[in-house]
Design a protein around this ligand. Structure first.
Ligand code: FBP
Ligand code: MG
Ligand code: MG
Length: 335
């Protein structure tokens, strides 16, 4: 059991020994992510005062207009990881292809890869609503000593070694798991230090909040429509409350604390939904399951899906276990 207010740095060291492959590399990697999070937090906090609001002028491989803060957060995370020579590859929502990184001895000695959504909730940047960063860490499958390959990035979510997110909100928090529960750390901006504020985070088994963009209702498949109607029906502990921030990280974080479900289903206008399996759904699913919640595509666990493409999208149902199971019942019934 960790003391409350343990710093993230202390927590990483104290946890290292309990980690199967503990050579210190994973600790260095999480420390690098901690540093990049503080750098990006600093930029996010002064958005509106400096020229990082608005579109950057380019379109990313997702077909989305990149926001200036998408580009900046992407650069800061990638540069911080490259400078510390602890990863052999990086894939990002904002990069067309994965980046292969050689170790300084030119012998491809590093064993971890990182996948990131550098800035999640981009549509909220300009309007001062909370946004986030999501990260996922795997051990490479190709042999050390060789450059990384696509197969290193197309591993199922079950193979994740660690995953987490940073939410830049009323306070800045870093929440992560290495497969031994979920812990949340709050940044003390005066000291620039993350402190353990939310030990052993868990989704309540059920809740009263549903998060979905109801503006897409007409395009949803019958199962999703039926589940939304179920949430809105006056019966038992319903109707539930509708809350949708439009930043996956923030909606997930709230639902993990209060109990709730987040849905981004597929629809007649989004064949596989919107969220990216590798950068968004797998890491959030790992955290959800470690926090006794659940994450599926409406039918199968997200982390059992075998990825086929770097930027593939999947339908996403995630949150309190009983609520996700109920939504899956409606999906099954309308199959
Ligand atoms: O505006 P929509 O279609 O409801 O989509 C909102 C969803 O899209 C996202 O913004 C996608 O993430 P990015 O901002 O990283 O592209 C999620 O954070 C959010 O839940
Ligand atoms: Mg995102
Ligand atoms: Mg993003």
């Amino acid at each position: 059991m960790h003391r409350k207010n343990t710093t993230l740095g202390e927590f990483i060291i104290e946890n290292q020994s309990s980690f199967q492959y503990s050579s210190g590399e994973l600790s260095k990697l999480i420390n690098a992510i901690r540093l990049a999070a503080k750098v990006v937090n600093h930029e996010v906090n002064k958005a509106g005062l400096v020229d990082i609001i608005g579109a950057a002028g380019d379109t990313n491989i997702q077909g989305e207009d990149q926001q200036k803060l998408d580009v900046l957060a992407n650069e800061k995370f990638i540069q911080t990881l490259i400078n510390r020579e602890i990863v052999c590859g990086i894939a990002s929502e904002e990069e067309d292809d994965f980046i292969s990184i050689n170790s300084s001895d030119n012998k491809h000695q590093n064993k971890y890869i990182v996948l990131i959504d550098p800035l999640d909730g981009s549509s909220n940047i300009d309007v001062n609503v909370s946004v986030g960063t999501i990260f996922s860490i795997y051990r490479r499958v190709t042999p050390i000593g060789t450059p990384v390959g696509l197969e290193d990035f197309l591993q199922p979510g079950r193979a994740q070694i660690a995953a987490g997110y940073i939410v830049y909100g009323t306070s800045t928090m870093l929440v992560y798991t290495t497969g031994d529960g979920v812990n949340g750390f709050t940044l003390n901006p005066a000291l620039g230090t993350f402190y353990l504020s939310h030990p052993n985070m868990e989704f309540p088994e059920t809740g009263k909040i549903y998060s979905v963009n109801e503006g897409n209702y007409v395009h949803f498949h019958q199962g999703v429509k039926d589940y939304i109607k179920y949430c809105q029906k006056e019966e038992g502990d319903r109707p539930y409350t509708s809350r949708y921030i439009g930043s996956l990280v923030s909606d997930f974080h709230r639902n993990m604390i209060k109990g709730g479900i987040y849905l981004y289903p597929k629809s007649s206008v989004a064949a596989e939904g919107k969220l990216r399996l590798l950068y968004e759904c797998n890491p959030m699913a790992f955290i959800a399951e470690q926090a006794k919640g659940k994450a599926s595509n409406g039918f199968d666990p997200i982390m059992d899906i075998k990825p086929t493409e770097l930027h593939q999208r999947v339908p996403f149902f995630c949150g309190s276990r009983k609520m996700v199971e109920k939504a899956e019942e409606f999906m099954q019934a309308s199959k």
